[in-house]
Design a binder for this molecule. Structure first.
Ligand SMILES: Nc1ncnc2c1ncn2[C@@H]1O[C@H](COP(=O)(O)OP(=O)(O)OP(=O)(O)O)[C@@H](O)[C@H]1O
Length: 503
């Protein structure tokens, strides 16, 4: 199937020298390459080489903090670690370094990268924890889950093969599930590998997340072990539990103080004044991403805005390969099955494109997502979109691939344009993102952690706009507060015993 019709690309702007240059060149190359879905890799590399002729391919280097380096060293020594810290302290960024280190130590195929949600898993090129484990919804007794996994040859093999297991966004995994997974790992590995029973069957465990962010979705509200840290095996699972302290996402001291308070469910009159100044009932400006607690509001706003533009709609249908259940998991990722765009759509780039991260954010290549300005679809039919970024730079966005990995094996893959409509996003979907300008309606906020997740996405106060803000919605779960008190208490005790600050 032809993706790129051999029509010449037309641009809607007249003053886009740079974009015109790229586009003209790309259009020519596509014309001559007769690109199809199958040949997109070469088309994409042509886009990249074409871009780098103009803007270079430099990736700004990020220096790891002493804490981050200490964690990497401990990983090299085989330690199992829980990494926590406020939003924007670089947990996921560090995980990327950890994953490459673990792959060197154990071999790529023996390192399994997972996360509690599809979106978080996709951003690490991993899979959801539940699908790695083969436990389905995971709502059965440990013995029943063990039999389920034992009957699932592939899942059983994964548990045997694993030398290291990475779990991101742990706040959304319950203690019940965490204990059950430990039981499965220990049972399968001691039986199959013929070794004495060890915790997690001897797998090196790297777990990351912030329990002040979104909690697990639990059907049985009476469940005793709501959070993973309440699991019986939690403390025994780690050699080290460490809280990252340096916040990178924000640099403004007032905003950092405000967010640190909200994280713990606290605020003072100064914080309320700051939040008050962010409140306004004025229609959000078009560069702001609107965050809503409920997906119905997100879909409604995006559909309304798309409709309002009254432009020709372009449909981009994802191309999926692989088998179920892996293929089904692609639906939980960030790349939509059907992407509808038109000229003027507000979009979000959902995949890190090296050349963009260096140029636009001037920071690192590791941002998981970027908020960007108006997109411009060029040409017609199946032509590729050209996006104008906040920096003013314009790029044609080619196809990207999202994989579901089983060790080093890709078991399913989705090809899609790495964009989603982004006038509005759900607070659940934005966990992990960094946004320049956000507008959030907190009227329908429910549960703990939601206000914190929404507000902590933003980089500076200029970019924070609120409606329906009610201080009573700022709340932290008392169990989580206790856990962190204990964590820092233990740290203080260790300090008195002469142990280093971080460990
Ligand atoms: N050592 C570092 N120096 C500079 N920037 C860093 C460093 N570590 C991480 N960052 C940057 O900090 C930002 C936030 O990182 P990241 O998204 O990993 O945070 P996080 O703790 O996972 O946040 P969240 O809890 O919201 O998911 C990213 O832009 C990342 O590139």
């Amino acid at each position: 199937m032809n993706l790129i019709r051999q029509d010449l690309v037309c641009l809607n702007y007249s003053n886009m020298k740079l974009a015109l240059y790229y586009t003209a060149k790309i259009a020519y190359r596509f014309w001559s390459s007769k690109a199809t879905w199958g040949s997109q890799v070469s088309a994409k590399s042509k886009i990249k080489s074409c871009r780098s002729e103009f803007i270079g391919n430099k990736k700004p280097k990020v220096k790891l903090t002493d804490q981050q380096k200490q964690i990497l060293e401990a990983i090299s020594k085989g330690s199992s670690i829980f990494i926590t810290g406020s939003a924007g302290t670089g947990k996921t960024y560090l995980l990327q370094h950890i994953i490459s280190k673990l792959s060197k130590i154990h071999g790529k195929s023996r390192v399994f990268v997972t996360a509690s949600t599809g979106v978080a898993a996709c951003s690490l090129n991993g899979q959801t924890l539940h699908s790695f484990a083969g436990i389905g919804l995971g709502d059965a007794s440990n013995v029943d889950l063990l039999s389920k996994v034992t009957l699932d040859k592939k899942a059983y093999r994964r548990w045997n093969k694993a030398r290291a297991l990475v779990i991101d966004e742990i706040s959304m995994i319950s203690g019940e599930v965490f204990d059950n997974l430990e039981f499965i790992a220990r049972s399968i590995r001691s039986e199959e590998l013929g070794c004495a029973e060890k915790i997690w069957g001897g797998i090196q465990l790297v777990v990351s997340g912030d329990f002040f962010q979104l909690p697990p979705v639990i059907s049985n509200k009476g469940q005793q072990k709501e959070f993973a840290f309440q699991a019986d095996c939690w403390n025994a699972s780690f050699d080290m539990q460490i809280e990252l302290k340096t916040i990178f996402r924000q640099s403004d001291a007032q905003l950092i103080k405000l967010l640190q308070g909200i994280r713990k469910g606290k605020y003072d009159s100064e914080d309320l004044k700051v939040l008050d100044q962010c409140c306004s009932n004025v229609e959000p400006d078009s560069s702001a991403v609107q965050l809503y607690p409920r997906i119905e509001d997100v879909n409604r706003v995006n559909a309304e805005r798309l409709d309002y533009l009254d432009e020709v709609l372009f449909h981009y249908q994802a191309l999926d390969s692989g088998k179920d259940p892996w293929k089904k998991q692609l639906k939980n990722g960030i790349a939509p099955e059907l992407l509808k765009l038109c000229v003027g759509s507000r979009v979000l780039l959902t995949k890190n494109i090296d050349v963009i991260s260096g140029l636009v954010n001037g920071a690192t290549e590791t941002h998981k997502l970027y908020d960007r300005e108006i997109s411009d679809i060029c040409g017609n039919g199946n032509l590729l979109p050209v996006v104008r970024f906040d920096s003013g730079q314009e790029l044609m966005i080619g196809l990207e691939r999202w994989y579901v990995m089983e060790g080093d094996q890709a078991v399913a893959m989705r090809k899609q344009i790495p964009l989603i409509l982004a006038w509005a996003l759900s607070i659940h979907k934005c966990q992990g993102m960094t946004l320049n300008n956000l507008h959030t309606d907190l009227y329908r906020v429910f549960g703990f952690g939601m206000v914190y997740v929404a507000l902590s996405r933003v980089k500076s106060l200029d970019g924070l706009h609120l409606v329906n803000f009610n201080p009573s919605k700022i709340k932290a779960n008392p169990k989580v507060l206790k856990f962190y008190e204990r964590l820092s208490g233990e740290k203080d005790e260790q300090k008195e015993d002469g142990v280093t600050d971080e460990i």
